[in-house]
Structure formats: C-alpha cells, structure tokens
Design a protein around this ligand. Structure first.
Ligand code: FAD
Length: 445
C-alpha cells in the first residue's frame, strides 16, 4: 500500500535541476513572454527562438514542475477520445480535423526527440485500450466504429490475440492503436529544458507571474521584476484559471499515480508482456498500467478530484493512492505483495467537451493560451506550443485553426464543485460496480 513516506511532492520522474535558472530581478523587454515551462511553453519557446525572436519564459517553480514532469508518459494520439462529449456539437468534419490534430501530435513529438537528441526511453509500442469485463466489448466496438467513420483506424484484439502478445490476463480484449507508446516524461521535459537553454531562450525559474496588463505591449508582473513584450503566451494549462483566464471554461482535476518497486527478472518473465504496450482501460474513468524502463509498474488515473475554486494545491491524495493500489492488486494479482516506490499527484485541465482550449484574448488579441488537455497532453500540448509559436510568428497553421472552437461554459461555484465532483462520484460508483463483478467472477468456487 502506498503511504506518506512514499509520497513525492515533485512526482516520480524529476528532481529540482542542479542548474536552476535565476529568478527574474528587474525589468526586461522581449518579443514574446511565455508563462509556464512545461511541454507547451518549452516547445513554443524553441520554435520562437528558431524564428529568431527574443523569448523570455517565466516559470513559478522549475521547468517540468507541472503535469509535464508527473504524467504517465503515454505518447498517445486520438485513441480513446470521448466522442459522446463533443461529436454532436462540433460535427463530423471538425471532428475529423481534431482527430488529425491528435494523430499528428505523435510523430511531431517523435521528430522533436530526434531533432534535439532527447533520450527518454521512448518505446514505440502502440497503446491498447483494454476491457476487463465482457460487458465492455460493446463500448470498445462502438467507439471503434465511430472513430473509423472519422478516419482513425485501430485494430480489435480478441482474447487469443491479447494472450499471443503476452498481455496480462486481467485485460481480456482491446483496441490497439499502433501509433505512439510510452516514454519517461521527466527525461523528455528536462531534454526540452536543455534544448531551450541551448537555443538561447531566457528562462527564469522560481518566478511566479502575479498578474499582467493588456495592451499593445503587455506587462507581466512577477515579485521582483516586470517583462514587457508585444505578445504573451499562457502555457499554464491547469493553473490558468488562477491567472484570471478561462475560469469559466476549464477546471483543474487532480490525477494521481503509484509506481511499484522494480520487478525482479522472474516477475517480469512471469508477466510476459514482452512489447510493454501501454494499457488503458475502458472504465468511465480509465485506469492506466504500464511498465517503465526501470522495470517498475506505473498505475495512474482511476479517480479524479476537482478542488473547490479551481485551486491546485501540491498535496498528496491518499484516497486516490488507495484506489490505485486496489487496481494494481486486481489487475496483477501475482504482484499483490510488491512494494510501492513512489506515489504522487498532479493536475490536468478539463473542459466540458473534453477538447483542447486554444485561442487568443486581450484588447489587442496578443495573449495566446492553451489549456484543456483532458489528460491527453504529452503529444498534443507539445505540438500546440509549436503551433501557437508559428501563429505568433505570423502564420496560422491549419491544425491550430481546426481545434479553435467555442468551449461550453462551466457553472459558477459552488455549483461547479457539486456537479463536477458529483459526476466523478457517479462514474466511480459505476466503475466500482464493474470491478466488484470482475472480482466476484475471479473468486474460486
Ligand atoms: C498524473 C498525470 C498523468 C498524466 N498522464 C498522461 C499521459 O500518460 N499521457 C498524456 O498525454 N497526458 C498525460 N497527462 C497530462 C499531461 O501531462 C499534460 O497534458 C501536459 O503535461 C500539459 O503540459 P503543459 O505544458 O500544458 O502544462 P504543465 O506541464 O502543467 O505546465 C504548466 C507550467 O506552468 C507553471 N505555472 C503555473 N502558474 C504559473 C504562474 N503563475 N507563474 C509562472 N509559472 C506558472 C507551472 O509550474 C507548470 O510548470 C497526465 C497528467 C497527470 C497529472
């Protein structure tokens, strides 16, 4: 069981860098100022530096402190999108373009790993969206039919095909997407940080942005200095509402992870799972299960929590670690006694239609933002930073235009807290019921 001793406030992949960049002291000018040094902010900075712009990045803690340094490392395309939440509203043509956006983001990241020489243990294994109970087959087949109609082709794996691949037996069947795979997000984001510093990006760490003023030249205030620039990008994802933007369209949701101690050679051999495909389940709130390059097993998601007032406290979530430990025992009964190396939590940004939230605002439309990753941002939030930088540079890429749409509004507090957490609790009840059925069926006699 995960306990307080195993809690890691910075997540399981990154440490505070040895070469922390100094905080901003005084006033500086730039062509573009970016707030937030995760995948989105760093890839925007790299593209702007390539264009020859003077770029300043302001990061409250250090690059990779947010979701980019604590996620599960699934480099995933459009598999598993929640069509029910958006298809009716945006229509088939727009949905096709959005699928393209998600799919193109995977080779985009693969290209960036190559370009910047980032070794992050990337395993291009593809990803399996698996069922753990026979009743889930209908759901998988339905979403495969919808996605095929929108141009996304995936493969159904029946029980025999899953066993032939050595997929652990709790996962009965699944939808296999050949694109993408898994990586070490800490090595990826730190590789981007190094590349940005090499490219001449001025990164200020330990520099929280307190506020900004609108106008042809934006002034971004921090505790000990101001950056003035004609363009601002808020690459703050789940934290954006705290800066006074998108508070009525996106909510931060807390997501957690547990990671086991390394599996022994015998334990790995007994699992099979030779290609180490990243697995996610078809629950209402998915579980994700993957092996890492250090031979640990990582279990994430399963439960989500919305903190009142769109706050994002960096705190442990023991209820979530308990639930994840239960999922680990359920799906991997032979590993039920394995120790936990680490547990941690972070925040994703969620819009009611589960789609990306990208756009411009301000009196001069020179404030650019990206949020609403819905937990699918390793690929897309990397690419969106690059696309926004191209837009700032004067060209609107077609893929960026494709995702811009009107995001449905959220309710004001306290109704927001009640409805979001109520919906999450409802999903948890359904998932618990299914999990109980699976456990009952597995019980001898
Ligand atoms: C537990 C977990 C598992 C996940 N698993 C996956 C997965 O397997 N696959 C996938 O595709 N996605 C996954 N995600 C989502 C993915 O990590 C995010 O979509 C992605 O990292 C978002 O990148 P970003 O750069 O937009 O935001 P972030 O990485 O969150 O970066 C935002 C940055 O802004 C900084 N900041 C905030 N406010 C301020 C301020 N006022 N001043 C200065 N700086 C500020 C923060 O410190 C942070 O560094 C997961 C997320 C979590 C939490």
């Amino acid at each position: 069981m995960a306990n307080l001793e195993k809690y890691r406030a910075l997540g399981g992949w990154v440490e505070k860098p040895d070469d922390m960049q100094p905080a901003l002291e005084g006033d500086v000018n730039a062509d573009v100022v970016i707030v937030g040094a995760g995948f989105a902010g760093l890839l925007a900075a790299l593209e702007l530096a390539r264009q020859g712009a003077k770029v300043v990045v302001l990061e409250r803690e250090f690059a990779g402190f947010g979701a980019s340094g604590r996620n599960a490392g699934y480099l995933a395309g459009a598999g598993g999108l929640e069509y029910d939440l958006f298809l009716k509203d945006i229509g088939t043509e727009r949905a096709r373009q959005i699928i393209r956006y998600y799919e193109d983001a995977v080779p985009f990241v693969e290209g960036k790993l190559e370009e910047h020489g980032i070794d992050c243990d990337y395993n291009p294994s593809g990803i399996i969206r698996a069922g753990i109970h026979p009743s889930q087959e209908k759901k998988i087949r339905k979403s495969m039919r919808v996605s095929a109609g929108l141009g996304l082709h995936t493969e159904f794996l029946d029980g025999a095909q899953m066993r032939a691949r050595g997929i652990p037996p709790a996962f009965l069947f699944g939808e296999y997407t050949a694109t993408g795979g898994t990586l070490d997000p800490g090595k990826y984001v730190m590789g981007l940080r190094r590349a940005a510093l090499r490219a001449g990006v001025k990164l200020y760490e330990n520099t929280p942005v307190l506020s900004y003023t609108e106008g042809p030249v934006i002034q971004v205030k921090t505790p000990h200095g101001v950056v003035s620039a004609p363009a601002l990008m808020l690459a703050t994802n789940a934290y954006t509402p705290q800066l006074g933007l998108l508070a009525n369209t996106v909510v931060p949701l807390r997501v957690s992870a547990i990671e086991t101690e390394p599996l022994s050679a015998a334990q790995l051999a007994s699992l099979g799972w030779a290609r180490r495909e990243g697995i996610v389940t078809v629950h209402w709130i998915m579980e994700s299960h993957r092996l890492t390059a250090r031979n640990t097993l990582l279990v994430t998601t399963k439960r989500l929590h919305y903190p009142y007032g769109s706050k994002t406290p960096n705190v442990p979530d023991h209820d979530q670690y308990r639930e994840l430990s239960a999922a680990l025992r359920d799906r991997f009964p032979t590993l039920k006694d394995i120790g936990i190396r680490a547990c941690w939590s972070g925040y994703i940004s969620f819009a009611n239609d589960a789609l990306p939230v990208v756009g411009t605002t301000g009196t001069n439309q020179n404030i650019y933002y990206s949020a609403g990753c819905s937990g699918h941002g390793v690929a897309t939030h990397s690419m969106v930073g690059h696309l926004i930088a191209q837009r700032i540079g004067g060209t609107e890429p077609a893929l960026l235009a494709a995702v811009r749409h009107e995001t449905p509004r959220t309710l004001p507090e306290p109704f927001r807290w009640c409805t979001v957490n109520g919906a999450l609790a409802g999903a948890a009840v359904m998932d618990n019921w299914l999990n109980r059925n699976v456990r009952d069926a597995a019980r001898p006699g």
